[in-house]
Design a protein around this ligand. Structure first.
Ligand code: NDP
Length: 450
């Protein structure tokens, strides 16, 4: 049977664009792609990229304060949000243009449309067109979700933050994960008063406890009001803002409320279950190690599968899909030892097992040091960084590395190579320190602390 396309991709984010352009450009496949919003997806348009630019923007007041302490005469003014925002919008337009070109170059045909699956080889588009394809790849991503509380629609989600007309003077952020903590630091740095409600005992659940504690301590030191054991009970319009009743019975008015309470896979109303694609309990598409769904011609990658929801992982999954389906080389995706970073201030970089996870698995030695970095101890700032290794007693392998420090995202990328290679504590030790740096501590910790 002749199909319109060898591959039709649903979703023009990081994973979908990579799979489409590699399949078309390197294997000669005829490829179509539908995107209902902007090309580049969550990461480029309403996630990693604009977020990181906001991290940069928010760091200047701290730098100016430090500069003064170092002897510079610096006049600190406020942030001109409109100017920053206009530049940010321009940058996103530029990047979206690049993504469109990346697809057009190798001849991928794009459709600015929402797609729905009609049968295992047919996709219906919101433009009224119907296309057929030998393989369909779903890379539709995810979206932020609001909790089920009265008045939840009064709260913003991360997508909305990039479209604010003005910076709020005060904001309540609900949640304690990546997005909540990153935006708490960004908005505080930009000048807002920030309160963060987290329903559990400590923010950043799932990360190493010592690292979580230090990030929380540093966020509080910057003036972020973190309230653990607290959630929103009800929101209503009032007093020129949002009146929030919390689960401890207190009431407070915030100019804005932002929910960072998790994300949900974009699988609703796509015709998936009707054609036999299995969905999991969070609405994610269930796939095997090769990203294949229960319907042999339909594959899925990225956040829509809710495996490890990170851009570089979606890209890896896209590449493995092309290798498997278009190069005849079945390639499972390696989801082990993925380094990642939370772009709080300071950042948290992590790879491998936390101390808590490792201890459940085997006997471990913990090498950990927390200290005041040279750059800021010079000006008597009380901030601290953390360098930590979790080491297997039996194999001596470094099972986990956790860094809380400025630029921890950059540092963990390098440490991630060593950990992925299976480096032992002794391999770290025989590496000569780069002095004076913060990360030299990773190769100079002599005795375990536990
Ligand atoms: P996370 O899953 O990281 O965090 C969600 C937070 O919301 C948790 O603290 C959770 O609490 C809390 N929560 C969930 N439901 C409710 C509720 N009903 N009421 C109150 N609190 C609730 O999701 P994010 O939205 O922060 O980020 C989504 C994903 O995006 C991340 O997991 C990550 O994979 C990716 N991401 C990565 C970034 C990076 O690499 N730097 C940056 C941003 C996002 P609890 O812990 O109790 O469950």
């Amino acid at each position: 049977m002749a199909f319109d396309y060898d591959l039709f991709v649903i979703g023009g984010g990081s994973g979908g664009v990579r799979a489409a352009r590699v399949a078309a450009g390197e294997t000669g496949a005829k490829v179509g792609l539908a995107e209902m919003d902007r090309y580049g997806g969550t990461c480029v348009i309403r996630g990693c990229v604009p977020k990181k630019l906001m991290v940069f923007a928010s760091a200047f007041p701290g730098m100016m304060e430090d500069a003064r302490e170092y002897g510079w005469t610096v006049e600190a003014g406020g942030l001109d949000w409109k100017a920053f925002h206009a530049r940010l919008a321009g940058e996103l337009d530029r990047l979206e243009g690049i993504y469109r070109k990346l697809l057009a170059g190798p001849g991928v045909e794009t459709f600015d449309a929402r797609a729905r699956i009609k049968d295992p080889h047919t996709v219906e588009l919101s433009t009224g067109q119907t296309v057929t394809a030998k393989h369909i790849l779903i890379a539709a991503g995810g979206r932020p979700v609001r909790p089920d509380v009265p008045g939840a629609e009064l709260g913003l989600v991360s997508d909305d933050i990039f479209h604010m007309d003005a910076l709020p003077n005060n904001i309540l952020i609900v949640g304690g994960g990546f997005i909540a903590c990153e935006f708490a630091c960004i908005l505080k740095g930009m000048g807002a008063n920030v309160t963060l409600f987290y329903r559990g005992d400590q923010i950043l659940r799932g990360f190493d406890d010592e690292a979580r504690d230090l990030v929380a301590e540093e966020m509080r030191r910057k003036g972020i009001d973190i309230r653990t054991g607290t959630n929103v009970a009800e929101l209503s319009d009032g007093y020129g803002g949002v009146l929030v009743k919390d689960t401890n019975g207190a009431e407070m008015v915030y100019e804005k409320v932002m929910f960072a309470t998790g994300r949900s896979p974009n699988t609703h109303d796509m015709g998936l279950e009707e054609v036999g694609v299995e969905l999991g309990r969070y609405g994610e598409i269930v796939v095997d190690a090769y990203s294949q769904t229960k319907v042999p011609s339909i594959y899925a990658i990225g956040d829509v599968t809710n495996r490890v929801n990170l851009t570089p992982v979606a890209i890896r999954e896209g590449m493995a899909f092309v290798e498997t389906v278009f190069r005849g080389n079945p390639t499972p995706v390696d989801h082990e030892l993925i380094p990642s970073a939370v772009f709080t201030q300071p950042e948290l970089g992590t790879v491998g097992l936390t101390e808590e996870e490792a201890k459940k698995q085997e006997e471990v030695e913990i090498y950990s040091t927390s200290f005041r970095p040279m750059q800021t101890s010079f000006i008597d700032r009380a901030d601290k960084v953390l360098m930590k290794l979790v080491v297997s007693k039996a194999t001596r392998k470094v099972l986990g590395c956790h860094i809380v420090a400025p630029q921890a995202g950059e540092l963990i990328q390098m440490a991630g190579i060593a950990v992925k290679m299976g480096a032992t504590k002794e391999d770290f030790d025989r590496t000569v320190a780069v002095h004076p740096t913060m990360s030299e501590e990773l190769v100079t910790m002599r005795a375990p602390v536990r």
